[in-house]
Design a binder for this molecule. Structure first.
Ligand code: BJW
Length: 245
């Protein structure tokens, strides 16, 4: 893999790198992306029937069960070389901000210390009314179980379509776009807003915009560097070339 010299030089000199990740980085851990043809979740299921608050109102039992099966897949999955390369990067640069759209927690399990989750985390549960997180609840036959505090239904702690992103996470992500020297968009189709705006915001603030993805996306035409390949192969190569052992 040819890693352009401009990227190597910018990474070595960077004070602050923003890594913005999507489902593609976890594909090599065996987790389905959303929009890849044939294998993506949204090629098999309709998002409006599974990932909206209205769908949860209509069929809370079905949606709870769907997320329970995805939680099992996430718990069986392991971080891959792409996740681990971002840990190595965090140890090399003065500051790494890792902003993820992923809900699988694999960056944290790989060892990244500070991860900003824009779309929540499906291993966590929260109350559907009060928004407070819930760790445990009394055993019950009811699906979904009820919040032990207020009795409302429990739901996965993820952001569905039409819901707003957690404000603190969004503000921290936008702040990083204004300060970073290099922004790497990794394994995202860059179509879900407002998250997809972040790489362009970073580029407008002067950062070098780098895309890592085997397929073209709306970002590809205006990225400064495009590395067409799998995150689990490209990211370790970038770190290896920038900081040879
Ligand atoms: C590899 C690889 C390998 C493969 N290595 N790469 C403006 C215009 C139009 C619509 C909107 C708009 N503003 C807002 C909207 C509505 C909506 C939206 O964006 N819709 C568009 C899709 C049309 N946005 C929202 O509703 C958001 N909320 C919001 O805007 O609030 C304000 C508001 C409130 C009320 C009314 C109106 C506005 C919320 C978005 C929530 C997204 N939630 C999900 C589900 C999470 C829970 C769950 O998992 O079930 O988040 S959807 C799904 O998409 C998930 C992801 O985080 C997100 C992004 O997907 P991602 O990560 O990019 O994955 P893919 O599959 O799309 O791409 C994978 C990529 O990897 C591909 O490119 C592959 O090539 C690549 N790849 N293998 C590297 N090995």
């Amino acid at each position: 893999m040819n890693i352009p010299e401009i990227l190597i030089q910018k990474l070595r000199a960077a004070r602050h790198v923003l890594a913005f990740t999507g489902a593609g980085i976890s594909a090599e851990s065996g987790l389905a992306t959303y929009r890849d043809p044939q294998t993506g979740l949204w090629s098999k299921f309709l998002p409006q029937e599974l990932a909206t608050p209205e769908a949860f109102q209509r069929r809370p039992d079905m949606i709870w069960a769907w997320y329970a099966s995805r939680r099992q897949a996430v718990e069986r999955a392991e971080p891959n070389p792409g996740h681990r390369a971002l840990v190595a990067l965090e140890n090399r640069v003065p500051r790494l901000t890792l902003v993820t759209q992923n809900v699988d927690g694999l960056h944290q399990r790989a060892g990244n210390r500070r991860v900003i989750e824009l779309h929540g985390n499906l291993t966590r549960t929260r109350c559907s009314e009060g928004a407070h997180r819930v760790e445990t609840w009394p055993a019950t036959e009811e699906v979904p179980p009820r919040c032990p505090v207020c009795g409302a239904r429990l739901r996965p702690d993820v952001v569905w379509f039409g819901e707003t992103l957690p404000l603190d996470a969004w503000e921290a992500a936008v702040a990083a776009t204004q300060d970073c020297d290099v922004c790497m968009a990794i394994g995202t189709s860059a179509v879900v807003r407002p998250a997809a705006l972040l790489p362009e915001l970073a580029q407008k603030s002067g950062a070098l915009l780098v895309e890592i993805n085997p397929e073209p996306t709306p970002l590809s035409t205006h990225s400064d560097v495009t590395l067409a390949g799998k995150a689990g192969e490209v990211l370790p190569a970038v770190v290896r070339v920038a900081w040879p052992a």
